[in-house]
Design a protein around this ligand. Structure first.
Ligand SMILES: Cc1cc2nc3c(=O)[nH]c(=O)nc-3n(C[C@H](O)[C@H](O)[C@H](O)COP(=O)(O)O)c2cc1C
Length: 190
């Protein structure tokens, strides 16, 4: 049986962003986990404009090729890990825009959250993100990774070097994502 597709979504798009190193770490952790086929989805590469579709995404009547391409990408995913910074006590506009572009493509799929920041560990961003994901019928698992003072885990080459607690937290999140993804695939097929 083929493995479910897990997409690791790097939310930060700004030049000089640090989050891409964290997203790469999550990607490697998920590959080592072995339960998923893993894809890194970098919103900086996806490069969506600010939502410019005339129709409600629920209709799936996309007029722009960029939206069609984004729809095809997300449709491929069975589960997502959103790797998000905290900007002004919330998650970045790039991620809200990427979520708002689509509708049914997200539905009845599992989501895990990896947040990072200063003393807050990005938890205010994660908390703000959850109701948005729920509105799209994304099922967020409670196991999450919250990274406080994240620069302490970046080495001189800007590679993210996790400690044992973060590794264990990430593995617990992936285990639960896999469990929920199995149940949701049955729901989607019904
Ligand atoms: C617009 C903006 C707002 C920020 N607001 C917060 C914040 O509310 N809480 C926090 O912990 N860090 C905040 N920071 C600092 C970020 O944690 C830090 O810049 C981090 O590198 C952002 O992630 P990125 O580099 O992947 O974009 C903010 C940074 C920016 C650019």
């Amino acid at each position: 049986m083929s493995r479910p597709v897990l997409q690791v979504v790097a939310a930060s798009t700004r030049p000089g962003r640090k989050g891409i190193a964290i997203a790469r770490w999550v990607q490697q952790l998920a590959e080592a986990h072995g339960g998923f086929d893993v894809e890194l989805v970098d919103l900086a590469e996806v490069g969506l404009p600010l939502l410019d579709e005339p129709n409600h995404p629920r209709l799936g009547q996309y007029v722009h090729q960029a939206t069609r391409d984004w729809s095809a990408t997300v449709s491929r995913g069975d589960a997502f890990v959103f790797v998000t910074p905290e900007y002004n006590h919330s998650f970045p506009a790039s991620l809200k825009n990427a979520l708002d572009h689509l509708h049914g493509e997200w539905a009845d799929k599992a989501a895990g959250l990896v947040s990072y920041g200063g003393v807050s560990a990005g938890l205010r961003a994660a908390t703000a993100l959850k109701p948005v994901l729920a509105a799209l019928r994304l099922h967020t698992v409670p196991e999450a990774v919250s990274i406080p003072f994240f620069p302490q885990f970046l080495d001189e080459d800007e590679v993210f070097v996790a400690n044992a607690e973060l590794e264990a937290g990430g593995k617990a999140m992936l285990d639960e994502l896999l469990r929920v993804t199995g149940a949701l695939s049955t729901l989607r097929a019904a």
